[in-house]
Design a protein around this ligand. Structure first.
Ligand code: MG
Length: 372
């Protein structure tokens, strides 16, 4: 049962290259399957989310993070009467443009590009992947995804201005994205703000007292859980608390978004698109908690002393390899050398590096720049 403001697949603006319909999968279901079967999607498994494999084999990588975002997004979308297939597709594709080595790799790639007056943006890169780099079909380049999926890739987390990005004009930049896309940025936050506490605690980089002090909401649930399970070991108390904390974020996102929809009086998808603000939101109270919790993770985990050496290594590997291929483009694989006829060399080198997994880039580094 879809709400009237949901995206209806039969009203999709369609694909760049029209295709016959499938007998039992609609266009968004097919897009989801195309994303899952793409090479860039499979590579997420070997890309760092926060922790490299050095820490543990069971911490999140970009693929398991992506699956968690998808699971959380589907639950919320169903409650809001949104198009679950579109939401699932957008969740599965949302990190496909990420380079190796998590945030450090992205920063290093952007820094390298800025020296040539260019920049790296993972959403724009994701669009290039699905439009151009995936070569699977005889009839066209890319995955030939529907307009709504491509629009969601561009608009889920960021408003791009039409003046700065004329190439994106077709994506209705003066309008809000559908609620299906608006959700993704917030479900992404729910997923990593909880998962990174989990992995941070498990890695012993974050202690329970530290989390109780620094993450509002967490302490309140912990007290409750302790009363319910006075004899449970700390790790299980932590797990139960994290579960309640995640649940609170999800429930708040559902109820606040529902209230916003009701208060705005919007009925149709067109109303969502024309509304001056995004309507998917946390309540003011939870929004403050979310920001505090996120800042806690920056201060105590992402920017921690413990993770600094790996981040420095990551930045050095990206920086030196980028410089190496700029100087010796003849050492690039043949298809990338050919691409530099159409695209500038920095863009080609950037595309090559951005597609790499963590271990592939380390292998390249060893071959071209000496041991990592
Ligand atoms: Mg993400």
């Amino acid at each position: 049962m879809l709400a009237e403001y949901a995206v209806q697949v039969e009203h999709s603006r369609g694909r760049r290259h029209p295709e016959p319909s499938h007998p039992y999968r609609d266009d968004f279901q097919r897009d989801r399957d195309r994303v899952i079967h793409s090479r860039a999607f499979r590579r997420l498994e070997a890309k760092t989310q926060v922790f490299t494999r050095r820490y543990s084999d069971h911490f999140r990588n970009r693929l398991t993070h992506t699956i968690e975002v998808s699971q959380i997004s589907r639950t919320i979308a169903a409650q809001l009467g949104l198009n679950v297939d579109l939401v699932e597709t957008l969740a599965l594709v949302h990190d496909i443009g990420h380079p190796p080595f998590g945030h450090a790799g992205e920063k290093a790639l952007d820094t390298a590009m800025r020296q040539h007056g260019l920049f790296f943006d993972h959403n724009l890169h994701a669009l290039r992947i699905v439009e151009d780099f995936e070569i699977r079909y005889a009839a066209f380049r890319g995955l030939n995804l529907t307009f709504e999926v491509r629009e969601g890739i561009i608009k889920h987390s960021h408003d791009y201005s039409a003046a700065e990005h004329p190439a994106l004009a077709e994506y209705l930049l003066d309008q809000r994205p559908p609620l299906e896309a608006q959700l993704i940025d917030l479900t992404d936050e729910i997923a990593y703000n909880t998962a990174d506490l989990d992995d941070g605690y498990e890695s012993h980089l974050l202690s329970l007292p530290q989390i109780l002090e620094g993450v509002p909401g967490f302490a309140r649930f912990f007290a409750e859980v302790q009363r319910t399970y006075p004899a449970a070991p700390e790790k299980l108390l932590f797990n139960e608390t994290l579960k309640s904390y995640l649940n609170r974020l999800v429930t708040d996102l559902i109820t606040t978004t529902q209230a916003g929809i009701a208060a705005s009086g919007m009925r149709t998808l067109e109303d969502v698109r024309r509304y001056p603000q995004r309507l998917a939101a946390f309540s003011a109270e939870v929004e403050v908690e979310r920001r505090t919790g996120k800042q806690f993770l920056y201060d105590n985990l992402y920017d921690s002393f413990a993770l600094a050496p790996e981040k420095d290594d990551a930045e050095r590997v990206v920086r030196e390899l980028f410089a190496f291929w700029m100087e010796k483009p003849q050492a690039l694989p043949h298809q990338y050398q050919e691409k530099s006829a159409e695209d500038s060399l920095p863009r080609v080198v950037c595309d090559y590096i951005a597609g790499m997994t963590d271990h592939f880039i380390l292998e390249q580094y060893e071959r071209h720049c000496g041991a990592a």
